[in-house]
Ligand binder design. Structure first.
Ligand code: ADP
Ligand code: AMP
Length: 223
């Protein structure tokens, strides 16, 4: 089963995608993570993308769809994947349909996480990540159990994203409402869209997502 998690920056897509990976054996495909890895490796594509990412603007559709086209062909995606941060424009959604049809795959559910703008700014402002294992935290909502030590790997080094600040968030939110939100009717018309209250605590959001995915899985089996 292939899933799309849709929502503005800070909605909880990455947090939930990691839970769903564990629960259902799906692979998280985060275009933001892929771009940040490319930046860290010093690749030309990453360096081109970095200027836009730092300003909170979207990277070109061609770069992003090229990345996803290659990634979904990898063997680890055969059991299913969770798209996190892609598609982000109607053009990306249309390209996705073409590339999925070409490899006889399809999307089982598109899940929108709805969160107020004020909460989004609060979430990205407190977000940090373990530099060693990538585990995600939040100063208030998911603090470290032991000060200065990663719960997962015991690492002591943490990073914050350069674009996780109130100023850049204004541009990122505008990009979401202007360029990404028009995808919602696209998937609604295909009968794939489900909306979840992303303001709820993480474990409640997780339960809701699991129930949607199980239901979508059972409906697909009956077809
Ligand atoms: P996204 O991938 O959509 O940008 P994240 O999953 O990274 O968002 O979540 C942003 C921040 O908000 C993280 O620090 C995460 O710990 C926190 N967070 C995620 N879901 C919730 C929630 N339901 N309630 C409170 N904080 C949350
Ligand atoms: P994210 O980690 O999803 O918040 O993405 C971080 C940044 O990467 C965004 O602000 C964009 O600059 C870029 N990016 C990630 N995914 C996409 C996408 N699907 N289309 C265009 N730009 C993207």
């Amino acid at each position: 089963m292939n899933i799309i998690l849709l929502g503005p920056p800070g909605a909880g897509k990455g947090t939930q995608a990691r839970k769903l990976e564990e629960k259902f054996g799906l692979v998280q495909l985060s275009t933001g993570d892929m771009l940040r890895s490319s930046v860290a490796r010093g690749e030309p594509l990453g360096l081109e993308a970095k200027m836009l990412m730092d300003k909170g603007q979207l990277v070109s559709d061609d770069i992003i769809t090229g990345m996803i086209r290659e990634r979904i062909k990898q063997p680890d995606c055969s059991r299913g994947f969770i798209l996190d941060g892609f598609p982000r424009t109607v053009s990306q959604a249309e390209s996705l349909d073409v590339m999925l049809a070409a490899c006889q795959k399809e999307i089982g559910a598109v899940i929108e996480l709805k969160v107020d703008d004020e909460a989004l700014v609060d979430r990205v402002s407190g977000r940090f990540t373990c530099s060693q294992c990538g585990a995600g935290y939040h100063k208030k909502y998911k603090p470290l159990k032991i000060e200065g030590t990663c719960d997962v790997c015991g690492g002591h080094d943490f990073t914050c994203r350069a674009d996780d600040n109130a100023e850049t968030m204004k541009t990122r939110l505008k990009a979401f409402y202007d360029q990404t939100a028009p995808i919602l009717p696209y998937y609604q018309s295909k009968g794939l869209l489900k909306t979840v209250n992303g303001m709820a605590p993480m474990n409640e959001v997780q339960e809701e997502l699991e129930s949607i995915i199980k239901h979508a899985h059972n409906s697909n089996k009956g077809m």
